[in-house]
Design a protein. Structure first.
Length: 275
C-alpha cells in the first residue's frame, strides 16, 4: 500500500514566510484515499523541514476543501474494511487507522501555526483534518459535517477527540450522532470556525492577511506560544504553568526582543529573524 504514494496529490510550497499545503485531488473534491493520506504526510514533513515557513496554510484545490473519505471501490482503506472478516483483517485495519491518526497528529503538532482555509465541503475526514489546525476560516457556502454515523462507521481519525475541545460537549455530540450537514453560520456560532467570509475570493485574501500578521511577529515567541497551548491541552494547571515558565526562559533574551523594543520606540515595524 505504501507504493500507492503520489506526491502530486498533496503539494507543498512556500511564498515568503507562508507555507502552503494544498490537497490536489479536485476531481474527487479532495476525498481522502490512502494515497492522499500518505502524500499529506510528505507535505507535512516538507513544512517541518522548512525553516523559512512561519505560518502554514492548509487548503483544497477545486470546488471543495475536502469531501471526506473516498467511498469509491478503488480506495485501499475501504478494501481493508471489506476484506474477509477475521483477526488478521481487524489488525490490518487497526494499523491503518492508527497510521492515519498519526499523520493528522503530525499536522496538529507542526511547530508553525496552521490555518485551515475551507470552502465547498468540509465533511468527515476533511473536518477531522481541519480540526488539526490552529485556526479555521471558511466561505459562506461551506457545508460541514461528520456523516460517519449514517454510513455505519465511527469517526476514527481524531474528530471525536478534538471536536469537543473546540465546540464543547453538547455540540460535539450532536454533530457526531446526527451525521447531518450544517452551514457556515452554524459553524461560526458554535466556534468551529474563527470567521466566515462572503465568498472564496474574500476567504483567500482574508486568511492571507491574517497569516501575514502572524508571520510578521517574532517567530520564536509565536512558536513557543503554540507549544505551550498544545502542552496545556494534555497537562494539569501547575504542570502547564511550570512548562510555560521554562519554555519562556528558553527564548529570553533574544535579538528579536531587542529589535521589538527598538521598533516600538522608533514607531516602525520590527524586522524579526527568529534569533
Amino acid at each position: 500500500m505504501e507504493d500507492a504514494i503520489n506526491p502530486d496529490l498533496v503539494q507543498y510550497h512556500r511564498e515568503g514566510h507562508l507555507g502552503f499545503i494544498t490537497l490536489n485531488r479536485p476531481e474527487k473534491r479532495n476525498a481522502m484515499n490512502w494515497a492522499l493520506w500518505l502524500a499529506l504526510e510528505g507535505a507535512i514533513i516538507q513544512a517541518e523541514k522548512d525553516p523559512e515557513a512561519r505560518v502554514v496554510i492548509l487548503r483544497g484545490e477545486g470546488k471543495a476543501f475536502c469531501a471526506g473519505l473516498d467511498l469509491g471501490p478503488e480506495n485501499e482503506l475501504l478494501q481493508a474494511i471489506g476484506a474477509t472478516a477475521g483477526a488478521g483483517q481487524k489488525m490490518a485495519f487497526y494499523r491503518l487507522a492508527r497510521r492515519g491518526q498519526d499523520i493528522f497528529t503530525r499536522l496538529e503538532r507542526l511547530l508553525q501555526p496552521t490555518l485551515a482555509v475551507i470552502h465547498g465541503h468540509c465533511l468527515g475526514a476533511g473536518l477531522e483534518l481541519a480540526l488539526c489546525c490552529d485556526m479555521r476560516f471558511c466561505s459562506a457556502e461551506t457545508l460541514f459535517g461528520l456523516p460517519e454515523p449514517t454510513l455505519a462507521i465511527i469517526t476514527d481519525a481524531g474528530g471525536l477527540q478534538r471536536l469537543p475541545r473546540v465546540v464543547g460537549r453538547g455540540h460535539a455530540r450532536e454533530i457526531a450522532f446526527r451525521g447531518h450537514r450544517f452551514p457556515a453560520e452554524r459553524a461560526r456560532a458554535i466556534h468551529l470556525v474563527n470567521e466566515v467570509f462572503p465568498d472564496k475570493a474574500g476567504l483567500d485574501s482574508g486568511t492571507l492577511e491574517i497569516a501575514g500578521e502572524i508571520a510578521a511577529n517574532p517567530p520564536l515567541a509565536v512558536q513557543g506560544a503554540k507549544e505551550v497551548l498544545l502542552f496545556n491541552e494534555e497537562a494539569g494547571l501547575q504542570e502547564s504553568l511550570d512548562y510555560t515558565a521554562a519554555r519562556s526562559s528558553m527564548i529570553l533574551p533574544s535579538e528579536d526582543l531587542f529589535e521589538a523594543i527598538a521598533a516600538y520606540g522608533e514607531k516602525r515595524k520590527g524586522k524579526f529573524k527568529g534569533a
